[in-house]
Design a protein around this ligand. Sequence first.
Ligand SMILES: Cc1cc2nc3c(=O)[nH]c(=O)nc-3n(C[C@H](O)[C@H](O)[C@H](O)COP(=O)(O)OP(=O)(O)OC[C@H]3O[C@@H](n4cnc5c(N)ncnc54)[C@H](O)[C@@H]3O)c2cc1C
Length: 398
Amino acid sequence: MANEQLDEFRREVRAWLEENCPKGARGPGPVAMPGRRNRVDDKDTILWKERMAEKGWTVPHWPKEYGGGGLSRAEVSVLQQEMNRIDARMPLMGGMGVSMIGPTLLEFGTEDQKKRHLPPIVRGEINWCQGYSEPGAGSDLASLRTRAEEKGDHFVINGQKIWTSGAQFADWMFALVRTNFDVPKHEGISFVLLDMDQEGVSVRPIKLISGASPFCETFFDNAIAKKEDLVGELNKGWTVGKRLLQHERSGQGGLGGGGRRQEAGPGSLDTVAKKYIGEADGRIADPQWRDRVLTMNMNQKAFSLTTRRAMEENRDGRTPGEATSIFKLYGSTLTRDRAAMTVEMMGFQGVGWEGDSFSEAELNATRSWLSSRAVTIYGGTNEVQKNIIAKRVLGLPD
Ligand SMILES: Cc1cc2nc3c(=O)[nH]c(=O)nc-3n(C[C@H](O)[C@H](O)[C@H](O)COP(=O)(O)OP(=O)(O)OC[C@H]3O[C@@H](n4cnc5c(N)ncnc54)[C@H](O)[C@@H]3O)c2cc1C
């Protein structure tokens, strides 16, 4: 797009935002969550989501015919810059609808599936969850045994999923199910969409040691998925499922454009080091820590630049294929190591769980450190990413 057109677009966006972004949707505050069960009460937050959704700007890069904004990559960046300029909050937390099933449907869905499922994601009406893992199928996902039998215009599903993030708040699930037990395992899998609000689906939240429950066991007892919600061909779901994982890993690896780290500011490694290790002449007092913090920040910066370059080179806007695993592996490792370094610098103050001896920032740092392990597991563990890189990117023998 020519520079003048982009300048004109910026002027329009600026004027529109000024008029339509309520004061209460600027600066820190709540963000609208997708789904029927995820209501946020704040009036301005809701109004902001509704106005942005009407323009398709909650998912600005999706085509207009499916509810999106139809914006080019350059226009999306202008919109983001203009929102940052007035400190506008995100209008809607994307979730798995925006980052996983949406792009997968754009690629593999029928026209009818795109028309039925994409606009409700843009409007934040439906919250999705992912039914992949089972008690006997995690890294070896293709061993999944949840059975789907064809019956007239639908499938009848029986079996169990596990680690289903947010299933207790989800309206719909995308799931991998077995539709043929008599062929090699990858060839008998289908990819279906099903309504969570039905008798045959029950969820049991899994309580963590912290008391929170980010995920669930999900049980199917004659649950129904309509045939019109089979994505891709029958028994060819592995191809669709793998592509969705690339979208998932792409977001986790920073290719979605989020997840940038601060090198300065209140939560930065530099600030934490100066506070807990000590400061001398405006620098971190201890030379070894200075070196470690600098190395981590340089790695982070190099990674951010590499993800940016990969996104810019990838002109058709699609996530890279198998190479996405490189970004997922490196990004998750950085996140884990950075969180570990933060609590290490805090010393005793970095291992608090509760009580007045710890500030809120310190308690958050401990929790972030513990939860950072999960990034190296979900979406496929680091070992699994290394296997993919070895086999599918480098072409090494099995
Ligand atoms: C926070 C969180 C959220 C999640 N959300 C979801 C969700 O919403 N939906 C969903 O379907 N799943 C979800 N998962 C599940 C996640 O995808 C699995 O935990 C992951 O794929 C690993 O499977 P597993 O737990 O069965 O471990 P296993 O597969 O049993 O692996 C155990 C260990 O063995 C290693 N290993 C296994 N196979 C190999 C191999 N071939 N080579 C080398 N090492 C190997 C693994 O790396 C790991 O260290 C979530 C997990 C977490 C932690």
